[in-house]
Design a protein around this ligand. Structure first.
Ligand code: NDP
Ligand code: 2IT
Length: 446
């Protein structure tokens, strides 16, 4: 490791003990930025890197709620307000039993760069709870959301901090959270994004992350004169991001052959066509069932307890969670002919996996660039709320496509190497950094 990165990381690790995912996210960024900052001493003197790695504020709270049996349950609630240099804090809420401070700090840190890349005026934040929505009734989820918002409402607002969804937080949860916020504040305002279309939501927001990940992959493929037509694609996850990535790949002429959940993955060599996808959307979003049921219905293979990266593909779209592709799996992907990895999830590839992609010079779009379409359309939802004027599907999708094309341009600008290889990791990290760093410089020591 570069000794300058090593020294920087030693400080981060000693100040933030035990927060492994946070260390991982900061190190990846530091490897791109430390050489850049040395060439631009104004950032070094102002200690921008040191400041950007420290949250502006962390809120940690108790979330007590009553389950259907009348028993009291207690969860932890968090909101990390990471950086507000270029706009109000913006980022999702995650409800999952693995949520802890380190996980949310990694996500909030990534969000700062991602939001900057969109070119919209949004700072970075993230929050959530170790609450597990799986197996809970709608009433239990509602009581939990109401209790969570009863504390969170005092820290957020349309000009302060605007949460949205992430793992375990979809339309149902955003509805319960919004209802409680409105009741507490007596104010109908754009305090959350991902709202229902009848009450201030934006068309295309549900589709945006998955579509955006595919648009970004299409831009990467274009640099090598390729597209999605006839390509075999493996996708992980089967939630919001995976569903709409699958839809867009199919629309562009590719064939998605896998999807997964925490129980395992399904392999359908014939491809997951729109009819089968409609079944999955109903299974996951309404029945809240398991992906295994797809294999039973369509006679596909189900691989219990494993991930889809052993299946031969041209393009891989990890859309489930962090560290879901390790070094060995990356080697298998490349050995099987995979030419492109575009990350719908946040930090799905381990550092060892990323090394393999770089070494083999495949097209690798890191999450903070490739999955920025979700938060970009959240930004457009905020604009529509401020204007009190909804835009059409076509208008929002057009802006989403332009945004992904522009993000790709920025990453090429900052990531192109002397042999013309595009290092999208450096491109995204430096491209996301510059605007935030310049804003911080202008605003003084804050
Ligand atoms: P959902 O809750 O809708 O779906 C998550 C999917 O990933 C489910 O299939 C889930 O399986 C699976 N999964 C979650 N955790 C694990 C785990 N630890 N091990 C194995 N499988 C797991 O979430 P989203 O689709 O919204 O989010 C997916 C990823 O995309 C996350 O990394 C998120 O941070 C990222 N992202 C989301 C955005 C959005 O707009 N929603 C925007 C940008 C990034 P199971 O149901 O069994 O838990
Ligand atoms: O990781 C992400 O970018 C999200 N979960 C979406 C955040 C948002 O504010 O829409």
């Amino acid at each position: 490791m570069d000794p300058r990165v090593e020294q920087f990381m030693a400080q981060i690790i000693s100040k933030n003990p035990g927060e492994n995912e946070f260390h991982q996210a900061v190190q990846e960024v530091a490897e791109s930025l430390i050489p850049y900052v040395e060439e631009h001493p104004k950032y070094e003197h102002a200690k921008i890197l040191e400041r950007i790695a420290e949250p502006e504020r962390v809120v940690l709270f108790r979330v007590p709620w009553l389950d259907d049996k009348g028993e009291i349950q207690i969860n932890k609630g968090f909101r990390i307000e990471m950086n507000s240099a270029i706009g109000p804090y913006k980022g999702g809420l995650r409800f999952h039993p693995t949520v802890n401070l380190g996980v949310l700090k990694f996500l909030a840190f990534e969000q700062v760069f991602k939001n900057s890349l969109t070119t919209l005026p949004m700072g970075g934040g993230k929050g959530g709870s170790d609450f597990d929505p799986k197996g809970k009734s709608d009433n239990e989820v509602m009581r939990f959301c109401q209790s969570f918002m009863t504390e969170l409402y005092r820290h957020i607002g349309p000009n302060t901090d605007v949460p949205a969804g992430d793992i375990g937080v979809g339309g149902r949860e955003i509805g319960f959270l919004f209802g409680q916020y409105k009741r507490l504040r007596n104010e109908f305002t754009g305090v959350l994004t991902g709202k229902g279309i009848e009450w201030g939501g934006s068309l295309i927001r549900p589709e945006a992350t998955g579509y955006g990940t595919v648009y970004f992959a299409a831009e990467m493929l274009k640099t090598r004169g390729m597209d999605f037509k006839g390509k075999t694609v493996t996708v992980s996850g089967s939630g919001n991001v995976a569903q709409y990535a699958t839809e867009k790949v199919t629309e562009l002429g590719g064939k998605v052959v896998t999807l997964s959940d925490s129980g395992g993955f399904i392999h359908d060599p014939g491809g997951i066509d729109p009819g089968k996808l409609a079944y999955i959307i109903e299974l996951k979003n309404i029945k809240r069932g398991r992906i295994r049921e797809y294999a039973e219905k369509y006679r596909a293979d189900f691989h219990e307890g494993s991930r889809p990266w052993g299946i031969k593909c041209d393009i891989a779209l990890p859309c489930a969670t962090e560290n879901e592709i390790n070094e060995e799996e990356a080697k298998t992907l490349v050995a099987n002919g995979c030419i492109c990895v575009s990350e719908g999830a946040n930090m799905p590839s381990t550092p060892g996996a990323i090394e393999i992609y770089m070494d083999k010079k495949i097209l690798y779009g890191p999450g903070k660039a490739a999955n920025a379409g979700g938060v970009a359309v959240s930004g457009l939802e905020m604009s529509q709320n401020s204007l009190r004027m909804p835009w059409t599907r076509e208008e929002v999708d057009k802006r989403l496509q332009e945004t992904m094309i522009n993000i790709h341009k920025t990453t090429v600008k900052y990531g192109k190497e002397s042999d013309d290889f595009i290092n999208y990791v450096n491109g995204a990290n430096i491209g996301g950094f510059v605007k935030v760093a310049d804003a911080m410089l202008a605003q003084g020591v804050v």
